[in-house]
Every structure is written in structure tokens, then in C-alpha cells.
Design a protein around this ligand. Structure first.
Ligand SMILES: C[S@@+](CC[C@H](N)C(=O)[O-])C[C@H]1O[C@@H](n2cnc3c(N)ncnc32)[C@H](O)[C@@H]1O
Length: 353
């Protein structure tokens, strides 16, 4: 596509993924955009950074004006702060703002109010969800169900709730699950969202595990309530290696998780339980059979992990089994970024065929 064909669009990149290492945020934004454009109705290409009047933009060309579904998809990308049509004026461009479409069904404060150490950045979480959905067979479907198998205090579940998806999580830390459910209940009450909360004990495999499931069924608006439309947010306090005991076979379109980063418990993994290790390779090896059981064919598994603990090839080898495809060609190799001194976070995308 040459500069004279079609239209050029410019996106202002939200620095919120990582203000300290903003250069890597820009690279991730480009990777997310390239993956999204593969799902656009309008052919797009020629991705490049541009500076107009001192404003830094990530730009691309479209063969024709973007359709409404394309603009909706573009608006939900994690980094998109503002969208412009770039109109060529001599050697420069004029910026013509395009309304960013509303994509959330709830306020986005549901994912930001709860603050705690160890929380995964909400924008990075949204990026993982987008990349996962857009890399699988369900990119254009509604009624998406997502599982975060290492859910912490629920960042992924809240981002999924905001997107209008059903959100399910497994978290081994009792305190984290308690805090998350107290918060969400209060959030629904304060926002006057009609809801029902239930709790249920689950045990199985000859009582090898005992877990507790907290389930919220809620309406996102008065209109949804009138139409009888309900969303689910459900958290199991338990061990992720039993995910197939908590959930139905092929229940999920998408599995998204930010794995533990540390190494300090890794050496105990043989003597305790492989799924309790903080080493991502051992944790995934122990849990993968259960995760694959609950993932639909055509669905994707997106996991973030710390490269300082494990290099990409060693991690990817865990997924080289029949029926899985690791997406590793560009732009899928563009998500490595420094979080802090101890964490060099990367993201792997695996498709179940
Ligand atoms: C990096 S944290 C996830 C943080 C989360 N995304 C958030 O923003 O709150 C990883 C989580 O995995 C949990 N975890 C580790 N092993 C687990 C297992 N076998 N089953 C379930 N959860 C596990 C840890 O307790 C920790 O909360």
C-alpha cells in the first residue's frame, strides 16, 4: 500500500502499560494492533510510528475507511487513548479526531479501584485478553467465557466483566479470594447492579481436594435486567490443577493468566506438589491437562511469565504436544517487557486446534 492509496490512521498510545519502560509499551501496542488488523474487515498495513506537531502516534494505512465493526475493535485495544484520521497536508498531516467507540458494558473503575502489591497491570491484562481472543476462532462471537487459572485478586475477571464476558477464576490463596469477593460484592451493591451471590463447597478425587466456589450472577444495566440478560463472575478458591473438576469440559473460549514470577519455592516442587511451585514451567506442566480439558477447540491460552526465571524456548517446549500450536512468529514475539529489576515479563499464545 503506498501513501496515496487509502487512508492513514494515527493512534495515541496510552503510557499506562508501563510508564517506566514506555518504549516496550509502544512495541507491544504495535504487536496488538497488527494482530487486531488481521481480524479487520478492511485490509490494513504499513504500521509505523509518526510524529505530528510533537504528538507521537502509532500509524497504519487502511485500504478504505474503517467499518463500524473495525472501529469498535480498534477502540477496545488496550493502548488506544485517541484515534485520528491523518489527512495529508503537503509534507505533514492534519489530525482529525475520530470518536473512540464505547466498548465496555460496566465502568472501567471495576478493574482499577482495588489496589495491592502483585496486581497485574490492567492494560496489560486487557492486551492479553485481546490477543487471545483475536488469535482464536471466536474473535467475532459474543457470549465469551474466560478462565484465569491463576486469578490473584481478580484483575482479569474484572476486565472480562467490563467487556461483557463471563469470567471464571481459580486462585489458591484464600485471602486473595476473600478480598476479591468482598470487593466485587460491595462494587455491585454500591453501583446498584442487581445480583445474586452464592457459595458452594466442592470436593473430589477421594477428597484429595476441597475447594470453595463463589459465584455472582448479575445484570450490567436496567435494560439488561429487563431483558433477563445475566453475566457470571465466579471464583474458585482452590488448586488450578483441578480446573477440570470445577468447570465443564470445553467451557471456555479463552484462558488468560499472569503466572507467579518468583523462584524461591521452585526447589520444593518435587516434595510438595508441582502445582504449588512458583516456577512457571512446573506449574504449567502440572495444570495443563486440566486447562486443556476445559478449553474449547479453536480457543487460546495466553500466559505471561518471567523470562528471568525461564527462557522462551524452554517454556514453549511445554506446549509442544499434539493438538496445540504455539504462535511464535512476529508479531507474537513482540511482548517482552521489563516490569522491574526482577521481572522481565513475556507472553506466550497457544492455540488448541
Ligand atoms: C502473578 S499472580 C496473579 C495476579 C493477578 N493477575 C491479579 O492481578 O491479581 C499469580 C497468582 O497465581 C496463584 N497461584 C499459584 N499457583 C497456583 C495454583 N496451583 N492454583 C491456583 N492459583 C495459583 C498465586 O497465589 C498468585 O496469586
Amino acid at each position: 500500500m503506498s501513501e496515496t492509496d487509502g487512508l492513514r490512521y494515527g493512534l495515541m498510545v496510552n503510557p499506562g502499560h508501563n510508564r517506566v519502560y514506555f518504549e516496550s509499551s509502544k512495541a507491544m501496542a504495535r504487536a496488538e494492533l497488527e494482530i487486531a488488523c488481521r481480524c479487520f474487515e478492511t485490509p490494513c498495513g504499513d504500521f509505523r510510528p509518526l510524529e505530528v506537531e510533537g504528538i507521537h502516534l502509532l500509524s497504519f494505512r487502511a485500504g478504505r475507511p474503517l467499518s463500524e465493526p473495525d472501529l469498535l475493535l480498534l477502540s477496545r485495544l488496550s493502548f488506544v487513548f485517541a484515534i485520528f484520521h491523518l489527512e495529508a497536508r503537503g509534507n505533514d498531516f492534519a489530525l482529525l479526531p475520530i470518536r473512540k467507540r464505547r466498548t465496555g458494558v460496566m465502568n472501567d473503575d471495576v478493574g482499577t479501584i482495588l489496589k495491592y502489591s502483585g496486581k497485574t497491570n490492567e492494560l496489560f491484562t486487557r492486551m492479553m485478553m485481546n490477543v487471545g481472543l483475536l488469535s482464536g476462532r471466536f474473535a467475532k462471537e459474543s457470549g465469551i467465557s474466560l478462565l484465569d487459572p491463576v486469578a490473584g485478586k481478580g484483575t482479569t475477571l474484572f476486565e472480562a466483566a467490563m467487556s461483557g464476558w463471563n469470567a471464571y477464576g481459580v486462585e489458591i490463596g484464600e485471602k486473595a479470594v476473600h478480598e476479591m469477593s468482598v470487593f466485587f460484592r460491595k462494587y455491585l451493591e454500591t453501583g446498584k447492579y442487581k445480583h445474586v451471590m452464592t457459595q458452594e463447597r466442592i470436593s473430589g478425587e477421594g477428597r484429595r481436594f476441597r475447594s470453595e466456589m463463589t459465584r455472582f450472577e448479575y445484570s450490567v444495566s436496567k435494560e439488561a435486567q429487563k431483558a433477563g440478560a445475566k453475566q457470571i463472575l465466579c471464583m474458585v478458591e482452590g488448586d488450578s490443577q483441578y480446573a477440570d473438576q470445577y468447570f465443564r469440559r470445553e467451557q471456555f473460549h479463552l484462558i488468560v493468566g499472569d503466572l507467579p514470577y518468583g523462584v524461591q519455592h521452585g526447589s520444593h516442587s518435587q516434595t510438595v506438589s508441582p502445582s504449588l511451585t512458583r516456577n512457571p514451567r512446573e506449574l504449567v506442566k502440572a495444570c495443563l491437562p486440566a486447562w486443556l480439558e476445559v478449553l474449547k477447540p479453536g480457543g487460546t491460552l495466553v500466559l505471561a511469565w518471567n523470562q528471568f526465571v525461564l527462557d522462551r524456548d524452554s517454556f514453549a517446549s511445554v506446549f509442544r504436544i499434539k493438538g496445540l500450536t504455539v504462535l511464535s512468529d512476529p508479531p507474537y514475539d513482540g511482548f517482552l517487557h521489563r516490569v522491574d529489576q526482577a521481572i522481565n515479563r513475556d507472553m506466550i499464545v497457544v492455540r488448541k486446534n
